[in-house]
Design a protein. Structure first.
Length: 235
């Protein structure tokens, strides 16, 4: 007996339903990550790059709840549309072997975010090619400003969880539950780079961004809680 012909219209409807369902599931997962934590809102809807500006081709939504950085599509950085001053940012990331990226905070849209804002390293610092880098270049470090504790990254290909707290002049970075950076005062911390090279240290607010360096990796569960403004320091 010959097989019955498949109705093309029915097949297309079925495929469309599957794709639509996958996008809704990704969006729900992104929202759930924020809703489960009081005061947090999602920075990524899980299905497209709404709310982001810049290189939204090289950074794209995979439809499964992740932002994929694919430098073969386009180069450059991607930033939030909104500026943030004081906040708690939480996100997951998955490195590829030797991957190098960065998290920009309090950054403008133009200029090198490592200097005109702040760049927190996102780096597979276990890779052989990074054997000789400076302590302030390792994962989680504030580039040129403060070195992070090492040894807390999960193996390449596994998801890591990171939390960044920017509260006035106090910057804290936690990786997989361990505090790896704790700068109590950006104005007084001893910096390996001359302070004048980093005018962005003075920024009170700016964009959050991912700063590509030509390597693929993924992000998911991006959520943020804004903190109240800090009182001005007494003169």
């Amino acid at each position: 007996m010959s097989p019955r012909p498949i109705h093309v219209g029915l097949l297309l409807c079925f495929c469309g339903a599957l794709i639509g369902g996958s996008l809704l599931l990704a969006e729900d997962k992104a929202a759930d990550a924020a809703k489960s934590e009081e005061g947090f809102v999602s920075l990524f809807n899980g299905k497209d790059m709404t709310g982001w500006v810049g290189n939204t081709k090289g950074y794209y939504a995979d439809g499964k709840g992740s932002i994929v950085c694919d430098p073969t599509k386009a180069g450059g950085n991607v930033y939030t549309e909104k500026e943030y001053a004081n906040f708690v940012l939480r996100f997951d990331f998955k490195l590829s072997p030797g991957a190098n990226n960065g998290l920009g905070i309090r950054a403008p849209l133009t200029g090198d975010a490592a200097y005109v804002g702040m760049e927190l390293q996102i780096l597979d610092d276990t890779a052989e090619k990074y054997k000789g880098i400076q302590p302030w270049q390792r994962h989680g470090s504030i580039y040129g400003i403060a070195a992070a504790k090492t040894g807390h990254l999960k193996p390449v290909g596994e998801w890591n969880s990171e939390e960044v707290i920017a509260d006035g002049r106090h910057i804290t970075v936690k990786l997989n539950g361990t505090t790896i950076v704790d700068v109590e005062n950006l104005d007084t911390v001893e910096t390996p780079h001359p302070r004048e090279q980093h005018p962005g240290l003075k920024n009170e607010k700016g964009r959050i961004g991912f700063l590509g360096h030509g390597d693929p990796l993924e992000f998911r569960n991006l959520r943020i809680k804004e903190l109240p403004a800090k009182p001005a320091a007494a003169k």
